[in-house]
Design a protein around this ligand. Structure first.
Ligand code: AMP
Length: 294
């Protein structure tokens, strides 16, 4: 994937007028545009979104904005990793065509008071443990889509519930953009890449592998016919035994609408987990293989 190199030719736009103008120029000359929204601290998972955007459109914009509205007061907004110069080098090496990096005043000027709420899809899983989260995400993504006006926006399956919430919002609000999902990029030991992995001590980084290992096995046994309720109970016990701080959730749900996967249901499904290890909350999910398809 991308390596660090000079980012001299990667234009960075800080205002919505500037990004709109370059996107309008591209569109006038017949180009299609993809947007990959991120909060920075980029890794190969983010860069895979840029690469996906490249494959489906002529131009790719990455946005970098650490969105205060999706953090609760007790969460890690202040300490969230910020590596802007490295991010620009990685994006340049990934052949990104432009970066949109608004500040909070640009995004939420004085007097701002609108929010976007997606209801049922945002209620379970992360919606339960982070009730503020999807409202903040939907609001900022709605703004990013209206500011940049891409043809396509790319989101990672790492945040699978978020991907469904955004698809629903775009359909419900008639926003003229195609939402494309990208597969989860993992480290070689299986841990899903995440900006928050940087918080983990070496000991907890090693411990975190229990999450993908358990999700993979649980998805496998459910796909092979085990009852989801029994498989999830075993998974919970296995993760707890690994010495984690807390399991926010581990659940099997239908892949299309996140309804709980009841025993005997063979619909497309995923196993989802949010686990706190050494104070760091990690999320991951794994598709249940159906009819031999992973
Ligand atoms: P974030 O910067 O964490 O808000 O993530 C920005 C985008 O990158 C979201 O669409 C995420 O789902 C996606 N993303 C983050 N980590 C990964 C990963 N390991 N694999 C694929 N996509 C990812």
């Amino acid at each position: 994937m991308a390596t660090l190199k000079d980012n001299a030719h990667l234009p960075v736009f800080h205002s919505k007028e500037a990004i709109r103008s370059i996107v309008a120029n591209w569109r006038e000359s017949g180009r299609t545009i993809a947007l990959a929204p991120t909060m920075g601290a980029l890794h190969d998972g983010h860069l895979s979104l840029v690469e996906k955007g490249r494959r489906v459109c002529d131009r790719v914009v990455a946005s970098i904005f650490v969105n205060p509205k999706q953090f609760a007061p007790h969460e890690d907004l202040a300490t969230y990793p910020r590596t802007f110069e490295d991010d620009l080098r990685l994006l340049a090496a990934a052949a990104c065509d432009g970066v949109y990096a608004p500040d909070a005043a640009q995004m939420y000027p004085d007097g701002f008071q609108t929010s976007v709420a997606v209801n049922a899809l945002a209620a379970p899983l992360c919606g339960e443990s982070r009730p503020h989260f999807f409202g903040g995400v939907a609001t900022v993504v709605c703004k990013l889509l209206l500011q940049v006006r891409p043809d396509v926006a790319v989101f990672g399956e790492k945040d699978y519930q978020q991907l469904l919430v955004i698809r629903r919002m775009v359909a419900d609000l008639d926003i003229d953009v195609e939402i494309v999902g990208a597969p989860i990029v993992r480290h070689t030991d299986g841990l899903a890449m995440s900006s928050r992995n940087a918080y983990l001590t070496p000991e907890n980084r090693a411990r975190a592998v229990i999450i993908p290992a358990t999700l993979a096995e649980t998805a496998e046994v459910i796909g092979a016919g085990s009852r989801p309720s029994a498989a999830i109970a075993a998974a919970r016990a296995r993760i707890e035994a690994a010495g984690v701080d807390r399991i926010d959730y581990i659940e099997a749900r239908r892949a299309d609408d996140l309804a709980p996967l009841v025993d005997g249901d063979d619909a497309p499904a995923r196993v989802f987990a949010a686990v706190v290890i050494g104070g760091t909350r990690l999320i991951d999910n794994w598709a249940v293989p159906r009819n031999g398809n992973p």
